[in-house]
Design a protein. Structure first.
Length: 326
């Protein structure tokens, strides 16, 4: 089968298209013909082994897994003898961080892993980017313990995580202030944000309003800068570790002062989460934003674009062209 592979860490150019063995699953595994996948921040981090400690997970000298990719949507081509949850021909989607392998024509996953049947009315390209940003956003909301009626600020509202967070917060009944640039004000308004702060015109950390939670979906702020935005007892969360890993250390320290605090979200990857995401997409409460689409043969271009830091929402990689999917 055709796949995007890398045999060493480095820039996007280390990735190439090659013929590799088609995966063979076990008796409780599902073989999926991948129709669409994505390139996201997670893929970029693992490909480059940044930060360096990631090599403890991926291989010290060289990558243990040649084929990256976390998100996918496709069709079940074969099932093991012990599979009862899925059938050949099912349209499915899922998330595969750790084992990876979605940047390929075929993927083998356990039937009880993070996958589910696709929303009925959505295409493969529309569905594939629905997992990474959404499951991180869901972890944010759960960790922040957001309730209906609370005031929440989302910094980085145009990214995969931020755009999902805005939509899911509105679904929960929160009042949302979204931070983005001038060019994307209408886009973010369309996501349901109640109020928008243009970070190119003003420093969002000087905002006069206060919040029950501040969610930094791009990891470019700090608790110190955002603390003044929080109500007493308010919480700050970031998608990144922060300088000196402070965002995983401060959750231990800040509760001791019984005031504004930091929490760090650890997202779950399981089948229930995928089903929840499917239901949210089917109801229209959440739809992933798609910035650009690339064919698998141009996946290096997709990586390069993601690493510019300018992507809006998600970058989709088409493995099976739309005309061949029918």
């Amino acid at each position: 089968m055709k796949a995007a592979v890398h045999s060493r860490y480095g820039p996007p150019s280390v990735v190439r298209i090659a013929e590799v063995d088609k995966p063979s699953g076990g008796e409780r595994d599902v073989l999926v013909r991948v129709h669409a996948t994505t390139v996201n921040r997670t893929d970029c981090a693992y490909r480059a082994a940044r930060p360096f400690f990631m090599r403890a997970l991926t291989g010290l000298a060289r990558p243990r897994r040649a084929v990256l990719g976390t998100e996918y949507a496709g069709v079940v081509e074969a099932v093991g003898s012990g599979v009862t949850s899925f059938s050949v021909g099912d349209r499915v989607f899922g998330y595969n961080e750790g084992k990876f392998g979605t940047h390929a024509e075929y993927l083998s996953v356990p039937q009880d892993g993070p996958l589910a049947t696709m929303p009925a009315a959505m295409t493969f390209e529309e569905t594939a980017p629905g997992t990474e940003g959404a499951h991180y956003a869901m972890a944010f909301l759960s960790t922040a313990r957001v309730r209906a009626g609370q005031d929440v600020l989302v910094y980085g509202a145009t990214g995969a995580i931020g755009s999902a967070a805005v939509q899911l917060l509105k679904e929960r009944g929160a009042t949302v202030t979204a931070v983005c640039g001038t060019a994307h004000l209408e886009l973010v308004k369309g996501l349901g944000a109640d109020r928008i702060v243009d970070h190119t015109a003003q420093d969002f950390t000087r905002d006069e309003q206060s919040y029950d939670a501040v969610l930094d979906a791009v990891g470019k702020s700090t608790f110190r800068r955002c603390r003044r935005l929080l109500k007493p007892g308010g919480v700050y969360l970031s998608s990144e570790l922060g300088p000196g890993w402070q965002n995983v250390l401060l959750p231990i320290v800040t509760p001791l002062f019984r005031g504004r605090r930091v929490r760090f979200a650890y997202p779950r990857q399981n089948q229930q989460i995928m089903r929840e995401i499917r239901d949210l997409m089917e109801s229209g409460a959440f739809r992933p934003i798609i910035d650009r689409r690339y064919p698998l043969e141009r996946i290096v271009d997709a990586y390069e674009y993601v690493e510019t830091g300018r992507k809006i929402g998600n970058v989709v990689v088409t493995v099976v062209p739309h005309t061949a999917a029918h």
